[in-house]
Structure formats: structure tokens, C-alpha cells
Design a protein around this ligand. Sequence first.
Ligand code: M6R
Length: 606
Amino acid sequence: MCGIVGYNGKDSVTDQLLESLELLEYRGYDSAGLATLNETTGKVKLRKCAGRVADLRKICQNDKKISTCGIGHTRWATHGGVNDVNAHPHRSGDVLLVHNGIVENYEELIDHFMLHKELKSQTDTEVVAAVLNKFYQGDPHEAICKTVKYLKGTFALVVMFVDQPEVIYAIRNVSPIVAACNQNGTMLASDVAALGSTADKYMVIPEYVITELHKNEIKLFDLKGKPVEPHFMDIDWDTTRDGKGKYPFYMEKEIMEQPDVIKATMEERIIDGKIDLSGDGVPDEVLRDCERICVVACGTAMHAGLVAKSLVQSRLGMHMNVEYASEFMYGNPVIDEKTLVLAISQSGETIDTLEALKYARKKGAKSIAVINVKGSSIARESDYVMYTSAGPEIAVASTKAYTTQLAVLFLLVGRMAKVRGVFDDGAEKAYLENMVQAPDKMQQVLDQKHDIHKIAREMLDAKDAYMLGRGLDYSILLEGALKLKEVSYIHTEAYASGELKHGTIALITENTPVVATVTQEKLKDKELSNIREVQSRGASVVLFVKDGIDLADAEYADVFTLPAMMDEFMVFPASAALQLLAYYVSMDKGLDVDKPRNLAKVVTVE
Ligand code: M6R
């Protein structure tokens, strides 16, 4: 979390930083700030405020934009509340600093360096600035080396020393920093999307390497002062964002894009009517020889893993674990060289997923990452990567990333079935025939968005809502509930409907909103009977039901019919419907749909 940026070049640094901070804002939007250093006058200008980058822009609007070297930050608060003082950059003496990560031992450092009286904020970052300043005697390398030896935790630090106005310094542990150079200057940032559209090459700053950003070059040094050769990579994907278009929010735009991006995700992996993963470089042996599969992921990405688990167990008859990446290591997972770990992540930067992946690889597991953002940390850490073609996902609530992850996972399972001899050509063909229908079936739901909007209007006053389903429906609803709670702030829980009578049903009272999906032919009778149980206790039930499933003459508050597909694929149309439901509730409540409170798009702290 938190976005950091630095620019040193020919152009006005304030404009450059503000533009990049806008692109990084999805990493945190509690507060924003920038510091500029005028090389001619040696004057520092520090601007920061609680609020959005737009608020920072207002503060800067009358500034003379003459400096060409500076650093900036957009914050997701970890230590200390959201206010102007805690916003970055922090200044201590000659040191100006922005930070992404968490310095775990900051309290020890306060005691050790006797900083109590000089700190103005409650942040761990200001402590680092103060320690750097203690060590700074005119030699930035010496101060940085001495400081990082004291730091425990994760950090990406970008530093300016007031008496070194021509250079920006950076160093990191775990938290990412990428850097690029173009004809106008040099830049660094938390991710490639913020580097600006003019760069065509970038580098990932290696851990514990001191980076110097000069006006026309980037120099790297190890902690002993030995130069490190920079390793540049091509930016071979489009990082530009084309705005919200005709939509009021990115979330709606991204929901509506799903049929296209799912097609794009499948396109290069279905060749001559067969699943072909050669473009991903995933060898068949890896899929054939593994004995166990384990998913590590967080939030929505973890829910995609749960859907894949149903498929793996039903189609491949293989054991599969799906773990919260943040809990993975504490459960002493059984991992060995016969385990295939799937790390699923939109951003590719989620620290829990990254650490879980590293842990599994140390135990000998092979790994495939399912990632949206190219070149991201998890993609680099994994043996193999399968990219989703969702394109930039800006809304904090994940929608198209989820369904493109599903598309990749369905293809991966299909290929595994083939190489393990479960599918013959005919079975593969039948499987793919269903798969390729997914975009059209989703489109049919999206075309009826106004009907779902009507359903959403009935839920605006709800404080709590429940979602009920069995089997795959339960997995689908876990994601549906996450979506509704994160964008609408309605407390929503998904329950396996068979569990109701073991406690949850006590929560149902008159008019409690209950959302149910009934998409699985085998389970429909039991699901419908569980729905009747909550209706008998006053619940107001909204039903999303697969076309063709007979509801007899039962009555529901609302019924939305989902276009029919083979049961396993019903997740595609059902997810589109649940995403729209969450979206419209949030929008009609007048909330900031794309930037829900307290959240950040990329979670880079544990
Ligand atoms: O970037 P990742 O896919 O690794 O992110 C994982 C979760 O943080 C993310 O899916 C989160 O749950 C979304 N806000 C859900 O909409």
C-alpha cells in the first residue's frame, strides 16, 4: 500500500509528480504529498494534506512550478491517523523521505536514538527520516547503509538530502520500486503504470541496492559501494488508461468490459479448438506430474481459487487446497516438490500472496502465477506466469480481474485434464464449447442491467444481508458478498445454506434481505428448501436462478433469471449479476464506488 514516486529531469516536477500520484492513488487515498527541491536556489517546498491527490493539486495550483527534482506519496495509513501531519513526505533536518511498507521496530528505534522529543507525527516513516538524519554527515550512502541495518520490516524508501539537490536516492526491502529513464529525465515509482507513457524500458530496483536518480541516468550500488549493473526490461504492454468513457464509475465500465476481456484472455490459449498453453511457457510435465494443487491468494483472487477447486476435484479427482495467503504459513502446509502452487493476484504485488509463494517455492513446490499486471513482483517470483488480459483495473472492487482469472483457471484445469488423460479430444471439445459461450452469457446479463438496478433499489436501507447457496453457488456467493460489503458498506455474509440450521438462521428476522443463487441442477432442491426455511422466518429473498430450473409456485421478493450454461460455468453469468447488484446499491447510496473507504487496490503490507 501507499504509492511513492520520484522525478529528476527537465520538466516541472510538480506536474510530473501529481500526474504519477493520480495513477498510483489506487494504492491508498488517505492523504497525499510532495516535496520539491530547487537545484539553483537549494530551496525545498513541502506540500501535503489529508485527502485525495485532487486536494493536493488544489494546494499546489498557485505554486511556481520551477523545480525539476522531487518526490511524492499517496498514503494508506498504517501507523498514525489520517491527517496532514502524518502525510508524507516527512522531513527531519536535511532529510526528506517518502516510504511504502511497515517498519516494525519503529518504537525500539525511537528509544534507541532518543527521538521522542523531535518527532511531530505518529508514523514509522518519520522515525526512519530521523534516523537517517542522525547518520547523515554529508554522505548519503553512508547514512542509508547505517540506517537500513537498523530497520526491521518491509520498506521502499525514496529520499532527498537538502544539500544534494541533483540526486534522489532510493532503497527497498520487499516493497517494490521500479525506475525508468527517458529523454526528459529519470523516474521511479511503486509500479510501472506510474512511470509515464514515454518510457519504453524499466528496471526493478533490486533489494538492498542504493539507487541514485540523476537527471539523465540511474546508478545502482550495493551496500559496500560497488556499482551494480542495471537490468532494463521492455515495457511491452499498454499502461495508458482510457478513462471512464461513458460510465460514471470505473467499476461499471470494468463490469461491462468482461465479455471482451474474457474473450481476449481465452483467445491465444485456444488454438484449432484445443487448449494450448505453450504461449505461457507452462510445460505439460508440470501439469501432469503434480500430485497436489494449492492456491494461495487473497480476497477476490482467493474466491477465484475456490471455484477452481470445485472444478479440479470434480474433473480431475485431485486434491486441492485453497488458502488465504495471509494464513498459509501458519497452518504448516504440506508442500513438497510434487505440489503445484497457484498464486492468483490481479496486482501481482499483494505481499501475503508473494510471501506465501516464496515459502512454497522454498519447500520445493512448482508454481504458476495467474496475474493481471505484467512484470509485477509475484509474476517475477513464480516459475511460470499466466497473464489475464483484463487490462488496467482501476476500481478497488475487483470484477473483470476475477472473471478473467476464472477463465485462465478453467483453461488450466482443461489442459490438466487433457495431459493427465482425463479428457479425450471429444471431452475437451465439449468443455471448450461451454467455455467459449461464457462471454455471450455474461453479455446477456449485462444487457439486463436495469432489471438488476431495480432489485438493488430494494436493498439500499439494509444494514445486514445474507447470501445463501450450496457447493459452487456458495463459492460464487462468497465473492458476491465481498463485493456488496466492500462497495455498499452493508454488512453481508455468505453462508453455505446447509449450515443455516446450525446457528446462522437465528439472524433471520422479518424482512432480512437474503440473496440466493440457484445455478446447480444437482443441488437445486436442497437449495430451494433452505430458501423456504428463511422465508418462513420473514426473510425477503432475491433469487438469481439458472434458466430452466423450476421454482414451482413459490414466491420471492425478486427473481432474476440467469442464462443457462453447464453448471460448472454458471459462475460467469451469476458473477456478472452479483457485481451489478453491488455496484448499483453503492451508486444509489451516493458512495464513492471506485474508492471505498479504508481500502486500497494493492495491499503491500502484511
Ligand atoms: O491484487 P490481488 O488480486 O492480489 O488483490 C487481492 C485482494 O486484495 C483483492 O482481490 C480485494 O479483495 C478486492 N478489493 C476485492 O474486490
